[in-house]
Design a protein around this ligand. Structure first.
Ligand SMILES: [Fe+2]
Length: 263
């Protein structure tokens, strides 16, 4: 396996015996599983149903599955960037809800002609970076209650880092026009953005391939694309026990093996 190959290092055969338990275990450990052999919309929905209680979304079909493609009707509308063909900054899915869905499944139906790679950031690395490399002040300020407001008028006041009573931490983030910040957080946003981008790892998904991530740990993004890129997305909460967020790393992280420059 080539170093830095995020797909290979997190791959799990979801058709193997005991796969559901292994997926639960991997999500507890790493917050991420990569998948293959999900060739149809029905297969994506069937897999998601094994793992999670599906939450409907504003843009989903009644069964909860959302087709992510460039609709050419949503350009420039805050909160609808996923349905265009532009680059997306690292974000938490549905960050404007009091309780965002814990899991996100994304499966490639049809890749773009050019671009459209998925970019994933392990929030555990971002947290460790902020804690270890910036005097810890950024992590402290970004943990203060209600220093961020995510969403439109019906959004949610929260903070980027939430500490839980058992010492685990969750991350919640967006950088688009639907993020508003307390003045005390503003000086730390460049460092936060640098960490979120610096730890991005790229996934080029072929048809039938996908990922399942813990939305309290991993941030997702994508590069701009050309062509009729079609992905299926399902959101929901796991059927199994999954402790809040992630256990903080003890040591400072190494930069991602393959850092994507987004400029
Ligand atoms: Fe998203």
């Amino acid at each position: 396996m080539p170093p830095g190959d995020l797909f290979a290092s997190h791959f799990l055969d979801h058709k193997a015996p005991g796969a559901r338990d292994q997926i639960a275990e991997r999500l507890r450990e790493n917050g991420l599983v990569t998948l293959d052999g999900i060739a149809t919309r029905d297969a994506a929905l069937a897999f998601a149903s094994r793992i999670m209680t599906i939450s409907p979304h504003r843009d989903s079909d009644p069964d909860g599955l959302t087709t992510i493609r460039d609709t050419q009707r949503h350009a420039g509308r805050p909160g609808f960037a996923g349905l265009g063909n532009g680059q997306l900054a690292p974000h938490t899915e549905r960050s404007g809800l009091p309780r965002p869905p814990r899991l996100m499944l994304l499966v490639c139906s049809q890749p773009a002609d050019r671009g459209g790679e998925c970019l994933l950031t392990d929030g555990r690395r971002v947290h460790a970076d902020l804690l270890n490399h910036r005097g810890g002040e950024a992590a402290d300020v970004l943990s203060r209650p209600q220093t961020a407001y995510f969403g439109a008028g019906d959004g949610h006041a929260s903070q980027v880092l939430s500490s839980h009573p058992d010492g685990r931490v969750s991350i919640r983030l967006r950088f688009d026009a639907l993020a508003r910040w307390s003045p005390i957080v503003q000086p730390h946003l460049p460092g936060l953005q640098a960490a979120a981008l610096g730890h991005q790892q790229s996934l080029r998904l072929n048809p039938g391939q996908g990922y399942l991530l813990d939305n309290e740990r991993w941030l997702h993004a994508r590069t701009a694309f050309v062509g009729d890129r079609v992905h299926w997305r399902v959101l929901g909460d796991p059927h199994f026990e999954l402790g809040r967020g992630f256990a903080p790393a003890l040591a400072a992280p190494q930069p991602a093996a393959r850092v994507e420059a987004l400029s």
